[in-house]
Structures are given as structure tokens and as C-alpha cells.
Design a protein around this ligand. Structure first.
Ligand SMILES: Cc1cc2nc3c(=O)[nH]c(=O)nc-3n(C[C@H](O)[C@H](O)[C@H](O)COP(=O)(O)OP(=O)(O)OC[C@H]3O[C@@H](n4cnc5c(N)ncnc54)[C@H](O)[C@@H]3O)c2cc1C
Length: 494
């Protein structure tokens, strides 16, 4: 009797949450044979995230899913931090206009709907296989591949598959992270909060796009509305609160009576979550990687947990494609952790500061955050961390910055013109004609060239005081060039 050789994939993704589904779309675009498993029998329909940002919308655009995501989202507004008397302490400004990424600063959405869009997205690709009811139980890591052991719950049998790489997008209790012996580094915030979702009885056309954080020492809380009907409150549990008692409907309505009542809305669900801040010590061990909540956890005050997982997928996806296709050495995968870790840490640290403000345990309003005093209440502007050390070429100035997405001279959006190719963006003020060897190499390496005058590009190059930049497929800058030698070094590294 011959034993069956387990099926083989380029990449196995464990977990069909937002991080795993985004990665499956990225890998599908590059044509990598990919399998995505989840232990649940079907999609997890408990809403968690309600907001994402312009950079994440740009990732959805790169996956050609922006129309579908736009159809289930709406533009969000500022976040206001108010004290126990509803006096405004500080506003986190999220203007309702297009950002340099050419999307709005903040969007509201219902997480199960977004996950459905992402799943329909990866099913466009014949090279992506999805399976529910498959719980990964063991990895056997070899030099060339990983054997993934899983329990197929439908068949009630143990099964195996082989993959060149495995990415565990398997959430906060990640089996993959534990298999890598990677502990969480605790970033000093762990609190139990009650999360309540209501449905308005009469949908509202003018639901407030703003978020409110109630910085009330008696009971901290946050409130955000999603669409015409959905209303979310998040309320901190105080010492002595009994989780079983506090989640009883009568007690929930008592907690919400300041804002609403059962005549206005129905209770969709209430759950207690521990809001934690942590980063995994190791994100990668041999052929095993982790992404999303498996790699980092943040309280939701900035709406950045899912966003970080989507950035992980955008960073790791194109690198895996390069390595699997033999276009780059496996060592480029080391840059995934070194680039992403400091970036997500900056968001988590800012979120923890916001948490301390909401809890009124901080001595100042968001110590260290940029605060403008324009004779009104102080305003926090957003943080835009750069990537940590990693891939680099040419002149390191501007390396690791996300390049904006201007409209080009013919009014195309930059990323629509580029697709998922790297791109050399050259200021016409730097060189009127590109050297032939640079053009030839760009063509041979499938690097797009943008060498045209348009208002937004000219403004960017003027303030950046550089002549050219090389963009990676995730639209972060690999390096810049102020001389022809640096330009050649950039194109060599593309
Ligand atoms: C109340 C609340 C509000 C939030 N608000 C926001 C917000 O506004 N904006 C934002 O960006 N983020 C927010 N977040 C965070 C966001 O919801 C999470 O960061 C995000 O869902 C994590 O996605 P993920 O794909 O990494 O993991 P998950 O969504 O947890 O998915 C992990 C998947 O892995 C599967 N799995 C686990 N183990 C195995 C195994 N052994 N084998 C097979 N499958 C396995 C699970 O079944 C699951 O489907 C919020 C979170 C909470 C709790």
C-alpha cells in the first residue's frame, strides 16, 4: 500500500481573520499557490473592529477591492476626549477630506462585512484554496518546507499538507506563535472592558461621524456609531464588577441610560474583552511567520489593531512572492519583522497613552503627542511612524516613509497606474531625460517609471529635497537618489 504524499503549497495561511484574508488576496494577486485554513466551521460573525484608516484603504485599492469596501464603509470623523462633565479635553483630528493617500483619514465599517469582502476577494484567484473546520495542531519544519498537521473537523480525521512557508494569522492565542516559542512582550495595558453593540430602532440619516471617549474616573468609556443603525459603546469594568452580572441586559441599559434607552435601540450583543497591549518577541522562525493579532495586540482606542495586521500582510506578501518566484534571496524575509515591529510599537504606545487619558491616570494630556494650541481645545494630529531598519538602497533619506498617492497629470491615481510593480518616481526637475541604462534595467525588472510633472509630485519633491525615489510594491520608499550613481543603485536594488 502506498502512502499518499500530502498536497503542497507555496504558502499556508492559518486563520481567516482580516490579516489572513488580506494576505491571501496579496498572494493570490502574485499567483502563489496558497491555502488558507480556519478552525471555525464558518466566518466569525462577532463584530470587533469598527474603524480603519486611509493607508488600509489604499491596501484595499491595491487588491482591487476598494469599490466593494467603499460600498460597506462610510467616512468617520474626529475623536473627542471629554471629561465627566462633557467638557472637551482634547480632539484627535481626522478631517473629512482626502489625505495624502487620496483616501479619507478614517472609515467606519462592520467587521463581518469587511471579512466577507476580503474572502470573496481571494476566491477570485484560482491559486487560492480556502478551508473551514481545519484546526492546525502541529508543524514539522524542515529545511525546504513545513508539514502542517491539522484536524479536519468535518471528516473528523487528522490530515497534513506541505508548504514552503506558513504564516500564522491565528489571532491573540496564536498556536503558531507558541510553536515558535515566542512570548508576548507586555506593553503595560491590560483591562477588562464591556463591549456593547446596539441597533437603532429608527435608522438615523445624520448619525454622528465622531467618536467620543468619556474620560470619566467613575467609569471610562467610548462611543462610536457605524452607519445609520449600529451603535457601539465600550465601557471599562471597575474593580468589583461581576462580569456575569454586568452583561445582563437590565444592567447594561442602566450603564447606558445617560445616552440611550430600550425605546431607541435593541441590544444586539454584549461581551467582555480584555484590552491588551503586547508585541511578540519573535515574528519569524525559519519558515514560520506570524502576522496580525498573533504578532501584536493593542487596545482599540486608536482603531489600529486590525489596521496593523493588514499592514503586516502588505509588507510580507510581496516579499514572499519575490522569494517563492526566485527573484530575491530568502534573507529579505528577515526585514518583515525588523520593519514592522517598531512601526506597530509606535501605534501601541500612542494607544496606551490614549487609554491612560481615558482612564485619567496620566498626569498630562497624551505626554509626548504633538499638540497644537490654536486657541481652541488642544488637537492631536496623527502619528505616521516610518518602517524600522530593513530593506534599503541608494540614499537612505526618506527610506521607510510611505509615499503619498497623488493624481498624475492625466488624473490617474498613482497606484492604479503602478499596479503591484515597484516604481521609480523621478522629479523632472532632477533630470529631463533618464539615462538609457536606467530605463533598460527598469524594463528588464518590471519597474514602472513615473517621470512627469504634476502639482502634487512637484510639491512632494520640493519639500523632500530629493531627485528620485524607488517605491516598493507596498508603496513604502526603498531609498532616494540625488545623483546619477544613487539612481543606478536604486534600480539595481529594485
Ligand atoms: C472591541 C474591539 C474593538 C476593536 N476595534 C478595532 C478598530 O476599530 N480598528 C481596528 O483596526 N482594530 C480593532 N480591533 C482589533 C481587531 O478586531 C483585531 O486586531 C483583528 O480582528 C485581528 O485580526 P487577525 O486576522 O489578526 O485575527 P483574528 O480576527 O482573531 O482571526 C484569527 C483566526 O484564526 C483562527 N485560528 C486560530 N487558531 C487556529 C488554528 N490553530 N487553526 C486554524 N485556525 C485558527 C481563528 O478561528 C480566527 O478566525 C478591535 C478589537 C476589539 C476586541
Amino acid at each position: 500500500m502506498t502512502s499518499k504524499v500530502p498536497e503542497k503549497y507555496d504558502v499556508a495561511i492559518v486563520g481567516q481573520g482580516p490579516a489572513g484574508c488580506t494576505l491571501a488576496n496579496v498572494l493570490g494577486q502574485y499567483g502563489l499557490s496558497t491555502i488558507i485554513l480556519d478552525r471555525e466551521a464558518s466566518a466569525y460573525h462577532l463584530p470587533r473592529a469598527v474603524a480603519f484608516d486611509d493607508e488600509v484603504m489604499r491596501v484595499f485599492q491595491s487588491l482591487d477591492l476598494d469599490d466593494q469596501v467603499n460600498a460597506i464603509s462610510e467616512v468617520g470623523g474626529d475623536a473627542h476626549f471629554v471629561d465627566e462633565n462633557d467638557e472637551l479635553l482634547v480632539t484627535w483630528s481626522r478631517p473629512q477630506r482626502l489625505s495624502p493617500n487620496n483616501w479619507y483619514y478614517n472609515y467606519r465599517f462592520h467587521q463581518p462585512e469587511l471579512e466577507d469582502v476580503l474572502r470573496e476577494g481571494f476566491l477570485r484567484f484560482g491559486c487560492v484554496t480556502a478551508r473551514w473546520g481545519c484546526e492546525v495542531t502541529r508543524y514539522e519544519t524542515g529545511t525546504d518546507e513545513v508539514v502542517v498537521h491539522y484536524l479536519d473537523k468535518d471528516r473528523n480525521e487528522s490530515s497534513q499538507l506541505r508548504a514552503s512557508y506558513v504564516v500564522g494569522c491565528d489571532g491573540a492565542r496564536s498556536f503558531t506563535r507558541q510553536s515558535m516559542d515566542s512570548d508576548y512582550e507586555d506593553l503595560d495595558f491590560a483591562e477588562d472592558w464591556l463591549v456593547v453593540d446596539l441597533l437603532a430602532k429608527i435608522p438615523e440619516d445624520d448619525a454622528d461621524p465622531g467618536t467620543y471617549h468619556f474620560c470619566d474616573p467613575a467609569r471610562s468609556g467610548s462611543r462610536v456609531f457605524v452607519g445609520r443603525s449600529r451603535k457601539r459603546w465600550e465601557l471599562r469594568l471597575n474593580p468589583g464588577d461581576d462580569p456575569l452580572e454586568i452583561t445582563k441586559p437590565d444592567n447594561i441599559w442602566k450603564l447606558l441610560e445617560r445616552w440611550t434607552n430600550p425605546d431607541q435601540a435593541t441590544l444586539e450583543r454584549a461581551a467582555i474583552y480584555t484590552f491588551r497591549s503586547a508585541i511578540a518577541e519573535k515574528w519569524h522562525s525559519g519558515r514560520l511567520f506570524i502576522a496580525g493579532d498573533a504578532a501584536h495586540l493593542t487596545p482599540p482606542f486608536m482603531g489600529q489593531g486590525m489596521c496593523a495586521g493588514i499592514r503586516d500582510a502588505a509588507n510580507l506578501g510581496w516579499k514572499l512572492a519575490r522569494v517563492v518566484n526566485g527573484d530575491a534571496p530568502a534573507s529579505i524575509l528577515d526585514s518583515y519583522e525588523s520593519e514592522r515591529k517598531p512601526h506597530v510599537r509606535a501605534f501601541i504606545e500612542m494607544t496606551v497613552k490614549m487609554g491612560r487619558l481615558i482612564n485619567r491616570t496620566a498626569s498630562t494630556l497624551l505626554t509626548g503627542a504633538p499638540v497644537e494650541d490654536d486657541n481652541g481645545p488642544p488637537t492631536i494630529t496623527r502619528i505616521m511612524p516610518t518602517l524600522g531598519d530593513g530593506l534599503s538602497a541608494g540614499n537612505p533619506n526618506w527610506r521607510g516613509h510611505l509615499f503619498p498617492q497623488p493624481r498624475l497629470a492625466n488624473s490617474d491615481l498613482l497606484d492604479d497606474r503602478l499596479g503591484n510593480r515597484p516604481a521609480l518616481i523621478v522629479s523632472p526637475g532632477f533630470m529631463s531625460d533618464l539615462p538609457a541604462n536606467v530605463r533598460e534595467k527598469a524594463e528588464a525588472r518590471n519597474v514602472a517609471i513615473i517621470h512627469e510633472a504634476c502639482e502634487e509630485l512637484t510639491a512632494w519633491f520640493t519639500q523632500a529635497q530629493t531627485g528620485a525615489v524607488l517605491l516598493r510594491p507596498d508603496r513604502y520608499i526603498l531609498g532616494s537618489a540625488d545623483t546619477q550613481e544613487e539612481l543606478e543603485a536604486l534600480i539595481e536594488a529594485a
